[in-house]
Design a protein around this ligand. Structure first.
Ligand code: GLU
Ligand code: MG
Length: 452
């Protein structure tokens, strides 16, 4: 670790009177968990980490352990923080946090570590002279307790200023907190569903984008809690309303981190050959990829036709019903603003696994020189079945279990994840599917509304 970064952390801790520093990880189930160290031990723990039982990567979102080889009662790993991710939490007194890598006792990246998986995929990309820019676009619902029920805080209209005014205090505090932690807020509006918000932050390089998503989820939820509210990242918090997406925007740049490898002026939709191949890879692996980008039972209530969440494997320029929307570039910075948006992604995905798997799929597209099919320029659910078949447009998996079956059959994604991570994901997620199948819809909504 660079000494200057460490010195800076210790200085901030002193000057801002921090007492506890949380070491945070996002687990197999996409729950953000962690352990905190008292600052007295921080200097040592920046190197040595905090111990964690290996079993925690077998824990599901209902706090039951899946039966997975290597993740039993015996064995420890270390949560070793990345100093670049240090932030003092603006919404809690005397607390800071850092994102961690899961390391073995020999100080090697642990095969079950999601963040190390993303680092491996970024290294693969860099080996081919490319870097990824990404952002996880945040939609969420603000809910308030009403007896035992959680209800949306308003019934305002889509993009309406009435909705913006109702949420102004908590949104202002959220923006303050995000900015204080170095995230750049881009846009805000009241989204379609009752109580639904969209607050987007600027894209960043791959690993930073995933770390930012952890900071974002933590901050939105933490600030809402300070305001007596629940911020729900559930994909479908209310069955009869629009869902919460976490559209994953991506583009590729060269080694310099600036030159767009996605933009080709004058090419169809201004997409370069690299962009077409990479995006074709994502499209090809989509039925399996959604097990990782839409990775909860509740996710599949959202992926329905005519909800702008996407339900079919297709792409289209500015097509909000397509699983991949190619976003039109903005005048003046065309090369810098063109990007593709995977709509089939939500906040119950682990951002490290989601982005790492997207890279693996895209690189497969480049390796095999896949090309995009013709774009779909209509709502795919309104095409005839024959038309969809002719264009290779398929319905996305209808349940988490179906998506996990697709993942099990996808050698490219399983190969990239490695057998350990695959076994953890399959074990934990199938346990969740089974446990939720034994319960009713209210239980499903309640647990997803309050866990993410
Ligand atoms: N809420 C929609 C979703 O579930 C997205 C709406 C939009 O296009 O922003 O993904
Ligand atoms: Mg939106």
């Amino acid at each position: 670790m660079m000494n200057s970064v460490r010195t800076d952390i210790l200085r901030q801790v002193r000057e801002r009177d921090v007492r506890m520093v949380r070491f945070l990880y996002c687990d197999t189930s996409s729950i953000i968990r962690g352990k905190a160290t008292h600052v007295r031990g921080l200097e040592d723990r920046l190197h040595s980490g905090i111990g964690l039982t290996v079993a925690m990567q077998a824990m599901c979102m209902l706090d039951q352990l899946a039966n997975i080889d290597g993740l039993g009662a015996v064995g420890e790993i270390r949560l070793v923080p990345d100093p670049r991710t240090f932030v003092v939490l603006p919404y809690l007194p005397r607390v800071a946090s850092m994102c961690v890598d899961m390391m073995t006792l020999d100080n090697e990246p642990w095969a079950f570590c999601p963040r190390s998986f993303l680092k491996r995929m970024i290294a693969r990309l860099e080996g081919q002279g490319m870097r990824i820019r990404a952002s996880f676009e945040g939609e969420y619902s603000l809910l308030a307790a009403d007896g035992d029920m959680l209800r949306p805080i308003d019934s305002s209209l889509c993009f309406s200023t009435v909705g913006m005014d109702t949420s102004a205090a908590v949104i202002n505090a959220t923006i303050d907190a995000l900015e204080a932690q170095g995230l750049q807020v881009e846009q805000y509006y009241a989204e379609l569903a009752h109580g639904q918000q969209e607050l987007s932050i600027r894209h960043a390089e791959g690993l930073d984008a995933a770390d930012n998503q952890i900071t974002y989820r933590e901050t939105v939820r933490g600030v809402a809690q300070q305001h007596g509210l629940v911020a729900s990242f559930a994909p479908k918090p209310l069955v009869d309303q629009a869902g919460n997406g976490c559209h994953l925007h991506f583009s590729l740049v060269g080694r310099d981190g600036r030159t767009s490898l996605f933009y080709d002026r004058g090419a169809p939709y201004n997409l370069s050959t690299t962009a077409r191949q990479f995006t074709a890879g994502v499209l090809e692996h989509l039925p399996a990829l959604v097990a990782l980008t839409c990775s909860s039972v509740n996710s599949y209530r959202r992926l329905q036709p005519q909800a702008w969440s996407s339900a079919y494997t297709c792409w289209g320029p500015d097509n909000r019903e397509a699983a991949i929307r190619v976003a039109s570039p903005f005048a003046g910075d065309e090369a810098g603003t063109i990007n593709a948006e995977l709509k089939a992604c939500d906040h119950t995905s682990n951002p490290y696994i989601a982005l790492g798997a997207l890279i693996a799929a895209g690189l497969d597209g480049i390796a095999r020189k896949l090309d995009l099919p013709d774009p779909v320029l209509a709502d795919p659910s309104l095409l005839s079945e024959a038309d969809r078949t002719a264009r290779g447009v398929k319905r996305l998996p209808g349940s988490l279990t179906e998506a996990l079956d697709e993942l099990a059959a996808d050698a490219v994604l399983c190969g990239a994840l490695g057998p350990e991570l695959v076994s953890a994901i399959q074990g934990v997620k199938r346990l969740e599917a089974r446990l939720f199948a034994e319960q009713d819809v209210d239980f499903e909504l309640n647990r997803h509304n309050t866990r993410f």
